[in-house]
Ligand binder design. Sequence first.
Ligand SMILES: [Zn+2]
Length: 85
Amino acid sequence: MTIQQAIDLAASLRRRREAADRCPPFDCGHRDPLDCIVQRPGPSKFGLTETELRRHANQLVASGWSVEDVLTRLDISTRNPERNH
Ligand SMILES: [Zn+2]
């Protein structure tokens, strides 16, 4: 990328940001769909039962993920369903 291309890109991004600021916000609060794409993912909502979700979390930890990373990405309640039986 040349210096001129970098300057043109920066100006283009600035114009996009200014245009987004003139638009009403989406339900999520963003004004530019690109912001939705790059936002940090929240807890997972895929349709597993709590037992399946816990099994998947354990598999992630066994494959090297930290417990903190797993808890950040998966919506696992702190209650243990096995103890409620
Ligand atoms: Zn958004």
